[in-house]
Write a protein that binds this ligand. Structure first.
Ligand code: 5GP
Ligand code: ZN
Length: 152
């Protein structure tokens, strides 16, 4: 098993609810989502920091995040808004040292639920995260909105 969990997901050694894949990046549902529909877009090649990506990888990561955000808006989750967020280093709360873009649905008046997502994360982790069936259903909806039914 790879030491980096996101490299493990990219190589299919670790399980994830996959949303999208191409030669440069991969997108999947966050196992411990801050809000339902929380997607992570990761660069396939391992690098911890944004500045370690090539210009092409950096541009592609955001372009892909944007496509996924647009697809998310078309799902039954119907977010009112989105965060596109990268935590670039430990002091910026990067907990997985492999570049990833959070695409995170937000709703009018959801501040308490959002705070619950932040402070409830340790409990979510103890419980093993959101059920795979729930994540798979969300991933499928996003894939359909992107125009894909399955990845392979
Ligand atoms: P960071 O804090 O590094 O910006 O975000 C890392 C994200 O990865 C967190 O939102 C966390 O919930 C998510 N995460 C951690 N481990 C796993 C995992 O094994 N699978 C998936 N799908 N997400 C994970
Ligand atoms: Zn990695």
């Amino acid at each position: 098993m790879k030491s980096c969990i996101f490299c493990g997901i990219a190589s299919r050694e670790a399980q994830a609810s996959l949303v999208y894949e191409d030669a440069l990046c991969l997108a999947f549902m966050d196992l411990f989502p801050m809000r339902p529909g929380h997607v992570l877009v990761v660069n396939k090649r391992h690098a911890q920091f944004v500045h370690q990506l090539t210009p092409e990888e950096r541009a592609h990561l955001f372009e892909t995040g944007n496509r996924i955000g647009q697809a998310l808006r078309q799902t039954s989750l119907k977010p009112d808004a989105l965060h596109f967020n990268i935590n670039d280093g430990k002091a910026a709360h990067q907990t997985v040292p492999h570049v990833h873009l959070h695409v995170l649905p937000r709703y009018e008046g959801d501040l308490l639920a959002f705070a619950g997502g932040i402070f409830g994360k340790p409990l979510q982790m103890l419980r093993g995260g959101t059920k795979r069936t729930v994540l798979d259903r969300q991933a499928e909806e996003i894939r359909l909105a992107l125009g894909f039914r399955s990845l392979h």
